[in-house]
Design a binder for this molecule. Structure first.
Ligand SMILES: Cc1cc2nc3c(=O)[nH]c(=O)nc-3n(C[C@H](O)[C@H](O)[C@H](O)COP(=O)(O)OP(=O)(O)OC[C@H]3O[C@@H](n4cnc5c(N)ncnc54)[C@H](O)[C@@H]3O)c2cc1C
Length: 456
C-alpha cells in the first residue's frame, strides 16, 4: 500500500492491492476523522473521484480477472480491471462488453459506479443492466454480494451512486457474443437537427449509432451534421477474434499529437470552424456510403494519444454540458442550446447526439430520448459567463423532464439535481446512505456539491 499527497485538490491518495489494505485505510481514515472515496482511472470529467481534505483509495492495482467462462461469456473481475484488459481476454473467444464508453482505459469499478452508457444506449441500455452481481465493502466493514434478485433495492441504488454507498470489490458481468472483430460503418450527412433525429429513428437495426453536429452552422443550417451507424460484420472467423495492432508505435503517436496540438493552439477557433465545415461538406460530397470493414475496437474507442493532443490543444480544458431529454422535447431544446450558444459567442468545438432508453437504477440519468453533448473551450476570462448561460439552459432541460450525467456535469447543485431526478430518488438514496454509512465515511467533492446540503 502506498500513500501520497495530491497538490491541486489536497487530499491523501492511497494505492491499495486488496481488501485487507482497503480495510486498513478505512480504519486510519476513521481514526483521523477523514472521509474516503474510491478512485478508478480518474476519467470522470467532474469531481466524482475527488475528495478535497479527505482520502482517495486508488483501486487500479486491484486488477485481476478472477474468473472467465468463455462458453457463457461470464467474467468476474476486480474493480481496477480496465475495459482494455477485459477485451484482451474476452475478444479472442468472441465476446465483447455490451456497453462501453468511448475510452477503453476506464476501470470496471468506475463503469459500475457511474453506470456508463455507450453508442448503443438505446439498444443495450446502461452498464449496470449487464451485471450479474457486485461484491461491495460497506462502511461497517461488511462484505455483501448484491444482485438484482438477492438485494434489488441496494443493487439498483449502488449502481450509478458514484462510490458513495461503499467500495466495489468485484464485479461479475455478462458479456455480449459478437460475430466479428470488424464492423460496417455508414456515414450519412443530415442538413438539420430534425434530419439527424429522423435518421437516428430510422437506423434502429444498427448496433451503434451516434451523430456529430456542426455547431458553427447557423440560420437554416443550424444543427446540421453527420450520422454514423455501425453494424457488426456478418463474417465467420474460426481462428478467434483479435485486437488491432497499432499502425504507429504509441509513444510516437503521442509525440505527434502533442506537436499537432501545440502547433494548432493559436488557430483553435478558426481551425475548428473549418474542420466542422469540411467534415460536413466532405460527407455531403461522398453521399451516404458504406465504408467497408473497420476494426470494432477502433470504431468505439479513442486512441490514448488523442488525449495528449487534446491537452496540448486545450491546456485549460473544456466545459462539457450533456443533457438527456425525452424524444418529443429533444429537437426544440437542442435547437435552443445551439442557438443560445451562438448568440452568446460560445460556440461548442464539438457536439454529439446519442439515443437512450430509461434504465431501472435509482439515480439514473437516462431517459427514453436523446442526449446532446456540447464541449466548449474554457477561456478563464469568460468561463463565468459561459457557466451562467449553461445554468439558465439547465432550467429549460429540467422543465421538459431532462436529466444530467454525474460523470460529466460539474455545474449541478443540490437544488437542480433534486429538480431533475425528483425528491423521491434523492430522499431514497439519502435514506440508504444513512442506513449503510451513518457516519458519512464515503464522501467526495461531488457528494458535498450535489447531496450534502440536502442533509442539513
Ligand atoms: C474520453 C472519455 C470518453 C468518455 N466517454 C463516455 C461515454 O461515452 N459514456 C459514458 O457513460 N461515459 C463516458 N466517459 C466517462 C467515463 O466513462 C466515466 O466517468 C467512468 O466512470 C470513468 O471510470 P474511471 O475508472 O476513470 O473512474 P473514476 O473517474 O476514477 O471514478 C468515477 C466514479 O467511480 C467511483 N469508483 C471508482 N472505482 C470504484 C470502486 N471500486 N468502488 C466504488 N466506486 C468506485 C469513484 O468514486 C467515482 O465516483 C468518458 C470519459 C472520457 C475521459
Amino acid at each position: 500500500m502506498s500513500w501520497s499527497m495530491t497538490k491541486q485538490f489536497p487530499c491523501y491518495a492511497c494505492k491499495v492491492r486488496d481488501v485487507a489494505e482497503i480495510m486498513e485505510v478505512l480504519t486510519i481514515a476513521r481514526m483521523y476523522g477523514l472521509s474516503v472515496i474510491a478512485h478508478g482511472a480518474g476519467h470522470s470529467y467532474t469531481d466524482a473521484a475527488l475528495n478535497t481534505d479527505g482520502v482517495i483509495i486508488d483501486v487500479t492495482n486491484m486488477r485481476r480477472i478472477l474468473s472467465w467462462n468463455p462458453e457463457q461469456g461470464i467474467m468476474q473481475v476486480e474493480p481496477g480491471v480496465t475495459l482494455r484488459d477485459l477485451v484482451r481476454v474476452a475478444m479472442p473467444d468472441g465476446w465483447w462488453p455490451p456497453v462501453t464508453p468511448s475510452t477503453a482505459d476506464v476501470t470496471i469499478g468506475g463503469c459500475v459506479a457511474m453506470n456508463v452508457h455507450g453508442k448503443n444506449a438505446w439498444k443495450n441500455g446502461s452498464f449496470g443492466e449487464h451485471l450479474l452481481s457486485l461484491t461491495v465493502l460497506l462502511a461497517n466493514g461488511q462484505m455483501l454480494t448484491l444482485s438484482p434478485i438477492s438485494h434489488p433495492e441496494l443493487f439498483h441504488a449502488f449502481v450509478g451512486s458514484a462510490g458513495l454507498l461503499g467500495i466495489i470489490i468485484s464485479v461479475t458481468l455478462q458479456l455480449q457474443r459478437i460475430p466479428s472483430e470488424h464492423v460496417n460503418v455508414r456515414v450519412q450527412p443530415a442538413a438539420s437537427l430534425s434530419e439527424i433525429l429522423r435518421i437516428l429513428h430510422e437506423e434502429q437495426c444498427a448496433d451503434y449509432l451516434e451523430a456529430w453536429v456542426d455547431a458553427f452552422a447557423s440560420g437554416r443550417s443550424l444543427g446540421r451534421g453527420i450520422v454514423t451507424s455501425t453494424a457488426f460484420c456478418d463474417e465467420r472467423n474460426d481462428t478467434g477474434l483479435r485486437l488491432p495492432t497499432p499502425h504507429i508505435p504509441e509513444h510516437f503517436q503521442e509525440g505527434l499529437t502533442r506537436y499537432i496540438g501545440t502547433t494548432c493552439r493559436p488557430f483553435l477557433k478558426s481551425g475548428a470552424r473549418i474542420a466542422n465545415q469540411g467534415m460536413y461538406w466532405w460527407s455531403k460530397w461522398r453521399g451516404s456510403e458504406h465504408i467497408g470493414h473497420q476494426s470494432l475496437f477502433r470504431s468505439l474507442f479513442y486512441p490514448p494519444a488523442i488525449f495528449t493532443g487534446y491537452r496540448a490543444l486545450l491546456p485549460q480544458g473544456t466545459e462539457t454540458f450533456q443533457v438527456f431529454v425525452p424524444f418529443s422535447q429533444a429537437e426544440p431544446l437542442f435547437h435552443e442550446i445551439l442557438h443560445r450558444s451562438q448568440d452568446h459567442h460560445f460556440i461548442p468545438l464539438w457536439c454529439v447526439i446519442k439515443q437512450h432508453s430509461q434504465d431501472p437504477f435509482l439515480l439514473s440519468y437516462q431517459v427514453d430520448g436523446f442526449s446532446l453533448e456540447v464541449n466548449y473551450q474554457v477561456v478563464p476570462q469568460t468561463v463565468q459567463q459561459l457557466r451562467t448561460m449553461l445554468l439558465k439552459l439547465m432550467d429549460l432541460v429540467i422543465a421538459v423532464g431532462g436529466r444530467f450525467y454525474l460523470a460529466k456535469d460539474s455545474l449541478l447543485t443540490d437544488i437542480l439535481y433534486r429538480r431533475s431526478v425528483g425528491d423521491t430518488a434523492v430522499e431514497t438514496f439519502l435514506h440508504l446512505k444513512q442506513m449503510y454509512d451513518p457516519e458519512m465515511l464515503f464522501q467526495s467533492d461531488l457528494f458535498r456539491r450535489v447531496f450534502q446540503i440536502s442533509l442539513q
